[in-house]
Design a protein around this ligand. Structure first.
Ligand SMILES: *[C@@H]1O[C@H](CO)[C@@H](O)[C@H](O)[C@H]1NC(C)=O
Ligand SMILES: *[C@@H]1O[C@H](CO)[C@@H](O)[C@H](O)[C@H]1NC(C)=O
Ligand SMILES: *[C@@H]1O[C@H](CO)[C@@H](O)[C@H](O)[C@H]1NC(C)=O
Ligand SMILES: *[C@@H]1O[C@H](CO)[C@@H](O)[C@H](O)[C@H]1NC(C)=O
Length: 657
């Protein structure tokens, strides 16, 4: 069997050429020219061959290439195998089917560099198999592990992490493990050809955003070698989330500058942005599409910034705003002013500022308390608006009230305008004298009003009700009817308030009317006469009483009612005719009154006759009087002038009891 180490060509010399030709055509071994074997692992050298039909392959021996010798690497005779291959090689191919594959069970570093080749039926085949060898390349370091995420998973997809390793030992393939990562694991082994295999382990689980950036390990264990981990970081794709605006500072000065950034957690990072600004009103879109925005000329008070971030997977808004508060110096609002409400003066100063301003009042250049007594100040600070009120009570002669406001950013001083109620409201009648049936105009006048009068209103007192009339201008037009109209009053309204005129009655002119109630009486020689007159304008009154030494008094009662009284002694002449006269610009009236002596009624026979006549006349007069009285009452009540025309000759006798 020692001879067996060397193949022997059994061809006859004559046959050499022919044999060589046949063998060159038909003996063919297919195997890689080299193989990488991992030290400590196994290696399979794939090998197949074809042979001339004249041969029947039955024995395969593997040799290590040597220029002069034939060291055996595999043989059924284990003793013949050289070190380091002894006991470690195995023919796994089926010779009958042309399979010469060799397995080395335990690769050791000493095997490095050997060039191996098989010889089929070495005892009988002279073909020079050693022209084709496979180089054994023993490696100390396992081949690299491929660990990667399949595809470009998005949030919610199934995330598949693949761990793959190439090896040469299909009988004891490496084991792969994902450590404490949970998921569904699948293992698979594929032949790559040329003596290489690949072991693939796949772990799959639903992708969550929280997996982004997570480090996953794959532990690879080759036969009889220490376990080595390989690490990778998960990279998911997802729409932007946790979008928020970030800025250097939330406080600023109005008019200043600030840069804001729209930040988000997005994979891939957000590439398109929208910006929104909200102040007091609705949300407004800004024009920039950049991640950063620089706001110049910051508006005062609070500005709320929002942003929207977008990447290829979606879009999201910032949930809460970034609030920039811009501070500014005080500004006294134009509505600040003083209002004179006699006897008080109220001043009001409204200041906008941030931070809130302090306010100082000055009255005629001094401190209010030093200039005035009874000062009451109220101030309210709300929404960075100072509203201050100061009230002075009683007499004041203020020329100048100022309000000075200041904060850390500046100050402002303002002299407050003085506003007052319309002053001295009065009604002027045009024309001053009117007769019934004429038109009259009442004007509502004010001596001073600042600010100007905004509107007027007119009222008429009816009974105890103050009735608002429809007229709203400063003039009221009326048709004169009756002796008295009204009373009327007007009021003028401005920003401060309204002031009213006094109630004014309108007198309509008429000719004097002498009342039938007028009378004359004589008692014990004393004369007493009363003449009752209605007249507007007032009547001049006079008595004609030739027989009476008398004195006269005239009294005027309300609404043009007048009374003239005549008292005295009856003279010796005994003329008992007495006349009452009343005259104004519209006419003159008189009434004759007859003097009756009540003290002489007992003795005289004439007196009895007169008495009968008096009673007769009295009845008539009383009836007439009641009719007239009724008319007059009605006239007064309705302001309708009822002219009571009395005949100059008409005679009234009245008894004075
Ligand atoms: C040779 O045999 C081995 C082991 O049985 C097998 O894995 C391989 O596929 C075979 N090669 C061919 C080319 O049939
Ligand atoms: C983001 O906010 C803006 C403004 O409020 C709104 O118009 C838009 O529809 C919002 N977009 C999303 C995705 O919510
Ligand atoms: C202050 O601001 C709040 C809310 O912004 C508002 O409701 C309130 O009316 C403001 N008050 C004044 C006095 O302006
Ligand atoms: C001051 O005001 C109070 C209440 O408003 C009032 O009762 C008082 O009479 C006023 N004093 C003067 C001097 O007008």
């Amino acid at each position: 069997m020692v001879m067996g180490y060397r193949p022997v060509n059994l061809c006859f010399l004559l046959q050499v050429l022919w044999c060589a030709m046949v063998e060159a055509q038909d003996w063919h071994v297919d195997m890689p020219t080299k193989t990488n074997a991992l030290s400590g692992s196994c290696v399979v050298i794939p090998c197949s061959f074809t042979h001339p039909s004249s041969h029947n392959p039955s024995v395969i021996i593997w040799y290590s290439y040597h220029s002069t010798k034939y060291p055996v690497v595999y043989s059924t005779d284990a003793e013949a195998v050289i070190k380091p291959f002894r006991g470690r090689t195995e023919l796994i191919g089926d010779v009958k089917s042309g399979n010469c594959s060799l397995k080395i069970n335990y690769v050791v570093p000493d095997m490095n560099g050997y060039q191996l080749y098989p010889w089929i039926n070495p005892d009988t085949v002279s073909h020079k198999f050693y022209w084709k060898t496979v180089m054994l390349n023993v490696q100390e370091v396992p081949s690299t592990v491929d660990l990667f995420v399949e595809g470009e998973p998005k949030e919610g997809d199934t995330l598949r992490i693949i761990c793959a390793v190439k090896h040469t030992c299909p009988f004891f393939p490496p084991t792969l493990s994902f450590g404490d990562t949970n998921g569904n694991v699948q293992n698979e082994q594929t032949a790559l050809g040329q003596g290489y295999w690949q072991t693939i382990s796949t772990i799959s689980f639903p992708a969550q955003v929280s997996d982004q950036g997570r480090v996953v390990g794959c532990w690879v264990s080759h036969m009889r070698r220490p376990t080595v981990p390989k690490w990778m970081e998960i990279n998911l794709s997802y729409a932007p989330r946790t979008v928020h605006v970030s800025g250097e500072n939330s406080m600023a000065q109005a008019g200043g500058k600030m840069t804001l950034e729209c930040r988000s957690n997005a994979s891939p990072p957000a590439s398109s942005f929208l910006w929104y600004l909200q102040r007091e009103g609705p949300v407004l879109g800004l024009t920039t599409r950049e991640k950063s925005i620089t706001i110049t000329d910051l508006p005062p008070d609070q500005s709320r910034f929002y942003c929207t971030a977008q990447n290829t997977h979606g879009v999201a808004n910032s949930t809460s705003p970034f609030i920039v508060t811009a501070e500014y110096p005080p500004s006294i609002q134009p509505e600040s002013c003083c209002m004179i409400h006699p006897p008080a003066l109220r001043c009001w100063c409204k200041v906008q500022s941030r931070p809130s301003a302090s306010v100082e009042w000055r009255v005629d250049g001094g401190e209010p308390h030093s200039v005035l007594t009874d000062v009451m100040a109220v101030s309210v600070r709300q929404n960075h608006t100072f509203s201050g009120k100061i009230r002075f009570n009683g007499t004041f002669r203020i020329t100048n009230v100022t309000c000075r406001a200041f904060n850390a950013h500046g100050q402002q001083e303002h002299t407050l305008v003085m506003k007052e109620l319309p002053l001295d409201v009065a009604i002027i009648q045009q024309p001053t004298n009117i007769l019934e049936g004429q038109y009259i105009t009442l004007s509502c006048v004010v001596s001073r009003a600042f600010p100007a009068v905004l509107s007027y209103s007119w009222y008429q007192l009816r009974g105890d009700r103050d009735v608002l009339l429809s007229e709203q201008s400063e003039r009221l037009h009326l048709l004169a009817a009756g002796r008295l109209m009204g009373p009327y009053r007007c009021s003028a309204l401005n920003e401060v308030g309204q002031s009213s005129s006094a109630s004014t009655l309108i007198h309509v002119d008429f000719t004097p009317v002498i009342s039938p109630e007028s009378f004359c009486a004589l008692k014990n020689g004393e004369v007493k006469c009363e003449c009752l007159v209605d007249s507007y304008p007032a009547a001049a009154m006079d008595w004609v009483a030739a027989g009476v030494q008398a004195k006269q008094t005239v009294t005027t009662e309300s609404h043009g009612s007048m009374k003239s009284t005549l008292t005295g002694r009856l003279g010796s002449a005994g003329d008992r005719a007495i006349f009452c006269y009343a005259a104004n610009e519209h006419g003159r009236r008189h009434l004759q009154l007859t003097l009756t002596d009540s003290s002489a009624s007992n003795g005289s026979s004439i007196a009895a006759a007169v008495c009968g006549a008096v009673i007769l006349v009295l009845g008539t007069v009383t009836a007439l009087y009641f009719i007239q009285r009724k008319r007059r009452d009605r006239g007064n009540k309705y302001d309708t002038p009822v002219e009571v025309e009395l005949e100059d000759t008409q005679l009234f006798r009245t008894n004075w009891f």
